[in-house]
Design a protein around this ligand. Sequence first.
Ligand code: ZN
Length: 242
Amino acid sequence: MRYGIFSDIHSNLEALEVVLHAYEQASIDKYLCVGDVVGYAANPKECIEKVKVLAAVTVAGNHDWASVDLFPLDYFNPRAAKAVIWTKTRLDAQERCFLESLKLTFTNNDLTLVHGTLDDPALFNYLTGIHSASPTFELLNSSLCFVGHTHVPGIFIQGKAKRILYFSGSALELKKNNKYIVNVGSVGQPRDGNPAASYCIYDTDKKTVCIKRIDYDFKSAGKKIIAAGLPGFLAERLAVGR
Ligand code: ZN
């Protein structure tokens, strides 16, 4: 089974289309989305439509839930809050229904999905380092957990002795006795200094996880953000991946 796992699209249709096109050449059997389909950029409706059709499972992100009043706006910085409020005005009943239906976690025989952390997933805490990775490893029943939320791709590895290591590389062969937390990065608003869209492929037969990057037209996405009356900073940051 080859999974296509992606996260944090944030209404960036230009980035999503390029990622989905790249996936088409990668023989994906099943698509999974780790949340934040909406928020920040100008195409929430189009991104919901595409993810809804494609992804077998989507878990809830903080922007998804905030856009349907399931998560308070107090947790957002002013520019992010402005984008949530704008997004709300765009959604129709069906799109709201889709976002409301999203659950916080998902587990099957191969993997677990959560937007932030497995400890208190409804708080959408940031899994930013070894310390914050520890409770998620404790609660993880499968050997592999995929997360998003920080928009920084990378892999946390817990070996037999429970020591946690961070691997910032992009491809990894999975070892039997290890547990892994894979941050798949962000399709629509990368924050690791690389503006290219990030997406992940997990091959259960080959036992490999690969995080890939692909350039997209961030200028067009940025122009739409400005035209929609959203904060200019949200367009500028796409060009620098911050
Ligand atoms: Zn996000």
